[in-house]
Design a protein around this ligand. Structure first.
Ligand code: HEC
Ligand code: HEC
Length: 289
């Protein structure tokens, strides 16, 4: 049997193989498959020419259409910026009260505020701005630097003990070596009495604590221990604590000092975003009431 043999029934050539009288037809690849292969190859060739396709050593073939996803994303971001520009400009120009009185802007704050706060602030200040040990609450009435919108915006811009040239600077001194441990306990006891916490009410001990406080602490925390927003020194009479008012924490605060760190946001968030956050803080505060 030769390859050129034909099958009498179908008229096809056979492959020349035969198994016990059964021969294999040498049927042609269907035309549809040839077309399919042809079209896909032509398509691939066209695409190689038009679109970015082949990686090279230092780059890739860019395609004559110049399409590139990076520039598409950039375009879309630019479009979004443009769409947001009008409200962002108004956000920067208006005061916090004016923004809160404007339903459209308030809606934008309600929409963007939670994401901005969640992405940038919640890790330290808590999901609802409630704070935690070492991180002040932003929804109470106790402020290190002041809670009016202008002050908050400035705090956000420059940070606290941050790497910004205008940063706010605050430091609670370490009294290790300045006061004995007993004196530290005595002044801590006096500090507890200031906010009506349970403390040793022995009058001698309290008056000793008061003297220690007047000699060592009033320069920053003020004559009445109500703090100083010029120095970021907290009010010690209001019952709000950053670190804590219990014996152990107070002892550690006075012995070792404290220096909280809050990043500066000027380079990371623009004016409009910082304004949105300032307004959003007011909303959080109302919600916490
Ligand atoms: C890395 C942690 C951290 C992050 C993130 C952070 N903060 Fe702070 N923030 C602090 C600390 C700590 C203080 C208090 C500093 C101190 O004790 O002197 C503070 C203080 C503040 C104050 C001043 C409070 C006062 O009593 O005057 C405001 C306002 C504030 N943060 C808002 C924000 C906002 C809004 C964001 C998000 C854009 C943010 N913070 C992100 C740690 C952080
Ligand atoms: C140089 C200024 C300065 C002096 C002096 C100073 N403090 Fe402070 N104190 C601060 C500052 C600023 C903070 C806030 C630190 C921070 O959060 O970063 C602070 C924080 C504290 C806190 C923490 C309050 C809280 O909410 O947890 C206590 C308590 C305290 N001071 C007590 C004292 C006592 C008692 C003395 C005197 C023995 C004293 N301080 C002297 C500046 C000072």
């Amino acid at each position: 049997m030769t390859v050129r043999d034909r099958d009498p029934l179908t008229g096809h050539h056979t492959t020349g193989h035969e198994w016990n009288g059964i021969t294999e037809l040498n049927t042609r690849v269907p035309l549809a498959i040839w077309w399919f292969i042809l079209v896909t190859h032509v398509y691939a060739l066209i695409v190689w020419v038009l679109l970015p396709a082949w990686p090279g050593v230092t780059g890739y073939t860019k395609g004559i259409l110049g399409i590139d996803q990076r520039s598409q994303v950039e375009e879309r971001v630019a479009e979004m910026r443009e769409a947001r520009a009008p409200w962002r400009a108004r956000m920067v120009a208006l005061t916090v009260d004016q923004i809160r009185a404007d339903p459209a802007l308030s809606a934008i704050v309600a929409e963007t505020g939670p994401a901005l706060f969640g992405d940038n602030c919640a890790a330290c200040h808590g999901a609802r701005g409630q704070g935690g040990p070492g991180y002040p609450s932003l929804v109470d009435d106790a402020w290190l630097w002041g809670g009016d919108p202008e002050t908050i915006q400035e705090t956000l811009r420059v940070g606290i003990n941050a790497d910004h040239p205008d940063t706010r600077f605050a430091q609670m001194l370490a009294f290790d070596g300045v006061l004995s441990r007993d004196e530290i306990r005595t002044v801590a006891n006096y500090v507890q009495s200031l906010s009506g916490m349970e403390s040793d009410s022995d009058p001698d001990r309290l008056s000793e604590g008061r003297t220690l406080f007047e000699d060592n602490c009033t320069s920053c925390h003020g004559e009445n221990a109500t703090g100083s927003t010029d120095m970021g020194a907290p009010n010690l009479t209001d019952g709000f604590w950053i670190y804590g008012g219990d014996d152990k924490t107070l002892f550690a605060t006075i012995l070792h000092g404290r220096q909280g760190w809050m990043p500066a946001w000027e380079d990371r968030l623009d004016d409009a975003d910082r304004k949105v956050l300032t307004v959003y803080l007011q909303d959080l505060k109302e919600e916490a009431r």
